[in-house]
Design a protein around this ligand. Structure first.
Ligand SMILES: [Zn+2]
Length: 307
């Protein structure tokens, strides 16, 4: 049985015209609700104190109060008083999935919007870095010593990489087809790509890359991860935006390719006995059903591996 954490309050009130399709979370949760192998549960809201292990007080206060507005909206969401409680729920969802993964081996948070968030500001629809917030909370509770993030969103996980500094116990591997820099996406990795650090590595996928290139990068990335050290927990960013019809994607990946990506990730984690929690990450194809189908494919892959 795979537990997936979802709450209708995950959807931040940013309006239906925003490029970020907030309704996808409910659609994914509804999509798996009747599966015999998946149980959907509501998480507890995150204790705001957990944010302070990762984010500056000034930034947290800006998001809570809306002042200063520019900082509160640095992730490119319109601020409203309802934003703060929705963020405590989504970040609570990641923590709940991470905790559950330590017990069950695998779990999901039907939430997204984490890997571009920096300590002192948000970027790219990511307000707080729930990946690192959950990792820090479990470290503080003595549940884990080391955590790795495997980031297969289309975009480079620049926020998580920045948070690797000063956290030698954290490893980030980002396999990406778009760079992300100073709150802007760069569609062509030939023109801009990130440099790596001692505990963060990245693999840029050239325009037009398909299944073979992705799986090759994934084999190298998971090899680097094991060379760093087998983590106590893996958090997997199972992005839907590498999909070939996504407006940001220069890659040639269809639903079957992405489901195979997910199967390979879960098979790796199971083989290496690394507890794994996954989150949905990005996905902007205008036909939201195609985004939802990528995320349901991740559930199918998890069920096929974990049974
Ligand atoms: Zn993305």
């Amino acid at each position: 049985m795979i537990t997936a954490y979802h709450d209708p309050g995950f959807a931040a009130p940013i309006g239906e015209q925003h490029v970020m399709p907030m309704r996808k979370f409910q659609l994914v949760a509804d999509g798996v609700a009747s599966w015999p192998s998946v149980r959907v549960e509501a998480p507890r809201a995150l204790d705001p104190a957990a944010l302070r292990r990762v984010h500056t007080d000034a930034y947290i206060e800006a998001v809570r109060t809306g002042v200063p507005r520019e900082l509160a909206e640095s992730q490119k969401f319109p601020w409203s008083p309802a934003l703060w409680p929705s963020l405590l729920l989504t970040n609570g969802g990641v923590l709940a999935a991470a905790e559950r993964a330590l017990v069950d081996g695998v779990s999901a948070a039907v939430a997204s919007g984490f890997h571009h968030a920096h300590a002192d500001h948000g970027e790219g629809f990511c307000t707080f870095n729930g990946l690192v917030v959950a990792a820090e909370a479990l470290r503080a509770a003595g549940r884990v010593k080391t955590v790795a993030v495997l980031d297969l969103d289309l975009h480079y996980g620049n926020g998580t990489a920045s948070l690797c500094a000063g956290r030698p116990w954290l490893f980030n591997c980002s396999i990406y087809g778009n760079d992300y820099w100073h709150n802007k996406p760069y569609k062509d990795v030939e023109h801009r790509r990130h440099s790596d650090g001692p505990n963060h590595v990245s693999y840029a996928l050239a325009n037009g890359s398909g299944r073979a290139e992705l799986l090759d990068a994934l084999a190298r990335g998971t090899g680097e991860l094991l060379a760093w050290g087998r983590p106590d927990l893996l958090i997997y960013q199972a992005g839907a935006d590498p999909y070939r019809e996504d407006p940001y994607s220069p890659l040639n990946l269809d639903h079957a390719d992405l489901r195979e990506r997910d199967r390979v990730v879960f098979a790796f984690a199971k083989r290496e006995r690394i507890p794994t929690a996954w989150v949905l990450a990005g996905g902007y194809t205008p036909d939201v059903k195609k985004v939802v189908d990528v995320h349901l494919g991740t559930f199918e892959a998890a069920v096929s591996v974990y049974g």
